[in-house]
Design a protein around this ligand. Structure first.
Ligand SMILES: [Zn+2]
Length: 66
């Protein structure tokens, strides 16, 4: 089980502790509790957490090039 602490804050609103949800259809996704940004549907909780954290990284690394 992935702990919420392993998930980075929301890249859009900065809210911490997004939640990891499992759906009966057989997929997982991570969703922000404040702005409801979410990852795509992922087959495992690990891949959902990874997708969320990668998005958080890409937002933070977005810097002007010049
Ligand atoms: Zn958010």
């Amino acid at each position: 089980m992935i702990e919420a602490a392993k998930l980075k804050p929301c890249p859009f609103c900065g809210r911490e502790l997004p939640f990891l949800s499992h759906y009966d259809e057989g997929y997982w996704l991570v969703q922000c509790t404040q702005c409801f940004a979410k990852t795509l549907r992922c087959p495992t909780e690990e891949s959902a957490a990874d997708a969320w954290n990668r998005r958080a990284d890409s937002e933070q690394e977005e810097m002007p090039d010049d």
